[in-house]
Design a binder for this molecule. Sequence first.
Ligand SMILES: Cc1ncc(COP(=O)(O)O)c(C=O)c1O
Length: 427
Amino acid sequence: MASKLILSSPNSLLLQNPNLQHHNHHLLLKPTTNMASFPNLTNKVKAFSIKCAATTATPLSQSQDLEERVFNFAAGPATLPEKVLKKAQSELYNWHGSGMSVMEMSHRGKEFLSIIQKAEADLRALLNISEDYAVLFLQGGATTQFAAVPLNLVKPEDSVDYVVTGSWGDKAFKEAQKYSKPKVIWSGKSEKYTKIPSFDSLEQTPDSKYLHICANETIHGVEFKDYPDPKNGILVADMSSNFCSKPVDVSKFGAIYAGAQKNVGPSGVTIVIIRKDLIGNAQGITPVMLDYKIHAENNSLYNTPPCFGIYMCGLVFDDLLAQGGLKEVEKRNKKKGDLLYNAIDESKGFYRCPVDKSVRSLMNVPFTLEKSELEAEFIKEAANEKMIQLKGHRSVGGMRASIYNAMPLAGVEKLVAFMKDFQARHA
Ligand SMILES: Cc1ncc(COP(=O)(O)O)c(C=O)c1O
């Protein structure tokens, strides 16, 4: 019986095999008398144990489920809304009665078309994106866009401006050097990327074709609260880590791009919002997969797209709309951010956030300990309390709490309570 399941029905083994027991994050396969008739299998399988981070061999009760969830402060891939995960779980095996999962569907079939079209419509509703803009669901991460932006928007001899407020903006600038003539017109590097420049002080290149910013620097926790007007050309923004965290006036931008894996879905999907009149001028060397025209003409279905990721983004957009849209989402994010920054500022120097108060990110909160030798202990104790991924990026050290849309207020409250307790014990 067990062997029959293993050999003939691999996709139902975990769901149907009564010999699979859920136990402490291990799946235990108990040897049975039936299996004794398959000596080759029993020899190998007797104390068979697969370690996994989370198992769904049998449906878990809600309380077990909650017990097993951590507060995940990772910068990305990051925590996703519980409601969305549960919805995806409930639809995983048989999406809307289609008899298959989203992972198994043709990307050109009517089922997936309805998924991608709804995802796009919901994103347009969330950000109030007009028909003057194309919305593309692409692959390759925001890193690919560092090249795609100059390849699509300018010629190799064209000047373009970059405001560099952190490591991601710097990477975007370096990649643009291969395909255009970029200039860093402001860099926060000498001040360890803790500031955003005043827009009046920006010396923009007179014939620059675009002005590139990183709207939220994930590593340094620096966020544009408003946007500069390009003197010439258009504004282009990497919004990977604050995408859909607040309302944005898309009409101010020529192009916006974002990797999904922070605020709106799993890794593997990159969203590009691009003004339609800017499409169609890609450099001759542009690979077909980087050409916005190809993707716009084919509604993001030129080749096989990251279907499951797009489906997950769609569930997140639907959830954000159900929460009341991005104004409501921003209110919640402000509440969480205030709570955490106040705890840092009121700690009498025990904790410190290096970023200028006016441009502190509501998504990524970097902080250090006055007694830096305690940082490893802080991270370890927090993890024991099921608050994980609080270590700062390896390039800056310290701690970083990423509190994207999907981080519940309860997660930030728990972190703040822990910080106060830690301080009381170690001050
Ligand atoms: C602001 C920003 N831009 C770009 C990237 C690179 O994204 P990807 O890894 O999806 O290429 C990241 C990744 O963390 C990021 O935070």
